[in-house]
Design a protein around this ligand. Structure first.
Ligand SMILES: Cc1cc2nc3c(=O)[nH]c(=O)nc-3n(C[C@H](O)[C@H](O)[C@H](O)COP(=O)(O)O)c2cc1C
Length: 231
């Protein structure tokens, strides 16, 4: 049993990293504004190229979440083709394809969706546009002129956001799916043409009893991802 004073920072960080997961079923209760602001202030510490801090966020609560949900769910279920600001990966191959499949099957198995049931896959994918029932969604966008550097900075920000959320008992899920209809997002929030939609983050309190939250994804061994040179 650790007292507050003898808990090493690395223990705290490892706990947060281990406990965080992509939440795909939320409870409806909103997160108090002060808690959201504390999370944002912590995430704002993220490092960025030349300290440009290119991330900007549009965050919805209450009615605003419902309105945005209606718009996004409508577009996604209308069959309109995806048109994100950033190109979709050309191909998932080798180990990347294996990991993608494994995590997909984990989700489908947890929900009792049979392998190959494409209609059920599509129905579950649409849940992205229902924000998995979250009371809040954040849209993360960057400056067009910063290109991939701006997008990478937003990726770093995303991790800080999720860890700060976890530290405050808030569950979250990053959602590239919400950037698939970038022009719709820009129009909805009145964003300029110079803003590029990176992704969304749905957040709130987790529904811990929901089957979609019942599994955890695996990670490769560091021996498979890192090479050391020198002593
Ligand atoms: C940039 C980014 C975009 C993501 N987009 C989606 C998404 O659109 N829908 C979804 O269900 N999960 C999305 N995820 C969640 C990943 O599937 C998840 O992080 C991964 O499977 C690892 O699981 P974990 O987050 O539970 O550890 C995204 C994750 C990241 C980092």
């Amino acid at each position: 049993m650790h007292s507050k004073t003898d808990t090493a920072p690395i223990d705290v960080l490892e706990d947060l990293l281990s406990q965080r997961f992509s939440c795909r079923a939320f409870r409806p209760e909103p997160v108090p504004r002060a808690t959201i602001e504390r999370m944002l202030t912590a995430a704002q510490k993220t490092a960025s190229w030349c300290n440009s801090q290119p991330w900007r966020l549009e965050i919805t609560s209450g009615e605003a979440t419902e309105k945005f949900r209606e718009v996004m769910y409508g577009v996604a279920s209308s069959g309109q083709p995806n048109s994100g600001d950033f190109p979709f990966p050309r191909e998932y191959r080798g180990v990347y394809l294996e990991r993608r499949r494994e995590s997909g099957f984990q989700l489908y198995n947890s929900l009792g969706i049979a392998r190959g049931d494409k209609a059920a896959y599509a129905k579950q994918a649409l849940e992205n546009f229902n924000f998995f029932g979250a009371p809040h969604v954040a849209i993360v966008h960057t400056d067009e002129a910063l290109g991939v550097y701006g997008a990478i900075d937003c990726g770093g920000y995303l991790t800080s956001f999720m860890l700060a959320a976890q530290a405050l008992g808030i569950a979250s899920i990053p959602q590239a799916a919400l950037a698939f209809h970038a022009a719709v997002v820009r129009r909805h929030f009145g964003l300029g043409d110079d803003r590029r939609v990176v992704c969304g983050i749905s957040f709130g309190y987790p529904d811990r009893d929901h089957k979609a939250n019942s599994y955890r994804t695996s990670r490769a061994d560091t021996a498979d991802t890192v090479r050391f040179f020198g002593a």
